[in-house]
Design a protein around this ligand. Sequence first.
Ligand SMILES: [Zn+2]
Length: 168
Amino acid sequence: MDPLAHASIGLMAKGVAPKAPLWALVAATQLPDLLSFGFFAVGLEHGAETRLDFEHGLQYVSQPSIPWSHGFFMCVVWSLLVMAIAFYLSRNRRTSIVIGLMVMSHWLLDFIVYLYVPVLFDNSIWTGLGLITSVPGLVIGIALEIALIVGGIAVYWGRRKASAVHAY
Ligand SMILES: [Zn+2]
């Protein structure tokens, strides 16, 4: 999914974990994609060749290999690692759990929109609802992204305003 849609989950999560720095929440939502850039660069993973148009939705020409950055198992591992680092730095259980869960939010959104999201490693079971691989699904997917982005900004600013009022 679009980085902005992932980031909007970080904006929404600020309300659940007010002590968590916004940059950390947003960065954690981007982690699987950031990791995949690195893993692509060193040849550990490769992306899928895809075509996207409004007549067919997203079509896969080839399958990706993204188990280290986007596999369910590894996302749980990254999520726990992020949680541990966040706890080490913040000493706050809620803050660290919410920041860690941001990594899983990335997995969940990609699971909804794409096909070929691995469960474990290569040759394991593929998962993914593939929402955007059909035309109606693509339209719903774009609407979902816009709703997330608008919702994320609205929730974040609404809360900032509310906390500003409470401050006086
Ligand atoms: Zn991703």
